[in-house]
Design a protein around this ligand. Sequence first.
Ligand code: IMP
Length: 420
Amino acid sequence: MAIQAIIGGQWGDEGKGKIVDLLSKNANIVARYQGGANAGHTIYKAGQKIVLHQIPAGAIRKQCLCVLGRGMVIDPIGILEEINLLEKHNINVDNRLFIDNYAHIVTPIHKLIDKTNEIKSGNEIGTTCKGIGPTYTDKYERIGIRAIDLLSPEILDNKIQTRLDIAIKKDEINSSDLNQLKVDLKIYYDCIQKMKIYIKDTFPLFHDNIQSNILIEGAQGTMLDIDFGTFPYVTSSNCSSGGIATGLGIPGNKIQYILGIFKAYTTRVGGGPFPTELFDEDGKKMAKIGHEFGATTGRSRRCGWFDLLVAKYSVQLNGFTNIALTKLDILDSFETIKVCIGYEINGKKINNISEVLNNLDHVSPIYKEFEGWQCNIESISSFDALPDNAKLYIKFLSDFLQVPITIISIGPKRNQIIFN
Ligand code: IMP
């Protein structure tokens, strides 16, 4: 059995969907271990764009079982929308989509609380308003609703009514939203009826299928990890590889390959520190050429240069065995490309981001400059055929991180990929 994990090395949106799609070709199971509908994984099937939020991107390979693991928070309304979307593309997931019976479930109440909190705080965190934080809060408060509860109408009614009473009593939602909430709850109950058939104990799928090739699909990115990210500007789960053990029940020593996905530059959505962020023409150019708009919320992404301190931390934390560098083609027209190789704060040089994780807003990046390659690389098919300046850039990143860059993505299409 080979188990491989794919994890975002930066702040999410590194282009994991395409890589999962490619590598799921040889997988029997593709599984997600954390997060929920806050993710947006974009894949292309026969030239058509499909964006999945909860169902693993491997779903478009018909041989793959798709597991939504115990560490996720699952939104039934969103699941039904995705199943319908896949049906429109002639992809059926019956008998191969499995939602872990102990995964926690998002309700319209959680989504409303998320939205209300965001409004109250003036969008401080800039969450996706998908109910992620409030659902994980209920999990840790030990009052959450789990998938298994959906199988028993009485338990479910009771839990939902109790949660609504708490939300009203604690002023977590505004009374003016109650009418719409009732409408949403009705849709929610309809979706639950249809989603029930996918609920299953997924633990044996991993431990009894010793012949399986399992691909583990991370969501968001390492710097959004609740424990190791830029707290409080993070999501509410462990996106780093540590989350796999608790989110799927697969211990770390069973995973052979951990592939880190890095964009050839950096982006971030929502609030929080971002040392290499660009506010100039280069930043605008990256956003425009890279179509840097969120797949889940449509918000524009903040853009900046590649940050090797982020990447080094990510390599150490996740134990990356190899790296995929995505969207290299977006840098095609840049005359100069910069890479952050250190920070400076109060005249002191910083080589490890962990020293300043709580103070990232105040660091100044130290850059190394590279000459751009200034030509179109989107149809190149081997590492050797890349322009010398692009090779130098890739080699520098790989040498600094001491991890091989084995996959280079040079466009959105399946064939725009270089294996190195
Ligand atoms: P939440 O996960 O909706 O609670 O949002 C918390 C923070 O994580 C916000 O800054 C979001 O923009 C960010 N975030 C959540 N999911 C993603 C993602 O898939 N890609 C990039 N950023 C994300």
